[in-house]
Design a binder for this molecule. Structure first.
Ligand code: HEC
Length: 176
């Protein structure tokens, strides 16, 4: 860096690293004002999966802790989800997760006309089968989520509890 002499009164250029830092900071502050809508519209359990098949409290608690944040109308928001872009990231997963499976509206599932599943029970059974797979192959909850959301991490024993429950729920469903 050259020192400025009185003759050289051009304003000094800001170093590029500092400029980038300022732009980043302004952006980070700015995006905090764009909060996504919260997914807690509906406390109603009238159409919950527990109204269709028996869900033991121990299993329901596991599902509520590890799955309902993205697969129900009721998300628990830890403080850091108010920080963007974490909140946006979660909102995205919720929208996508709910569209595939919503435990809280399980009773109102409807097969698509002309689709693969002809009856409500067949569709519900298929969803349960997917839940089983998600535990047997350990692809749910999303790893990126259980990484920041420690209590959503499931042990092998807890996954087995969910699998055993799915198996008996499917037997029950077949008899309805
Ligand atoms: C952080 C959000 C999040 C959490 C928590 C989460 N999921 Fe998901 N889930 C998703 C998203 C997003 C999809 C759709 C995209 C995909 O398949 O990866 C999905 C898809 C699924 C599907 C596929 C449904 C279908 O018909 O295609 C099943 C089954 C499922 N999740 C079960 C579970 C179970 C069981 C838990 C809890 C143990 C859980 N998920 C927790 C976000 C989540």
């Amino acid at each position: 860096m050259t020192s400025t002499t009185p003759a050289d009164n051009k304003p000094k250029k800001m170093p590029w690293l500092k400029r980038i830092a300022i732009v980043l900071l302004v952006t980070l502050v700015g995006i905090q004002f764009v909060q996504p809508d919260k997914n807690n519209t509906d406390m109603v359990m009238a159409n919950d999966i527990s109204t269709v098949v028996t869900v033991p409290d121990s299993v329901h608690t596991l599902l509520k802790t590890a799955c309902y944040d993205c697969h129900s109308n009721q998300t628990n928001y830890p403080w850091y989800t108010n920080i963007q872009p974490v909140g946006w990231w979660l909102a995205d997963h919720i929208e996508e997760g709910k569209s595939h499976l919503n435990f809280q509206t399980f009773a109102t599932l409807k097969p698509k006309p002309g689709g693969r599943f002809k009856t409500v029970a067949a569709l519900q059974d298929h969803k349960l089968e997917e839940v089983r797979e998600s535990q047997a192959d350990k692809w749910m909850p999303l790893e990126s989520y259980s990484f920041i959301h420690g209590d959503a991490k499931l042990t092998d024993a807890q996954r087995q509890m969910i699998i055993n429950w799915v198996d008996s729920a499917r037997v029950q469903l077949a008899k309805l």
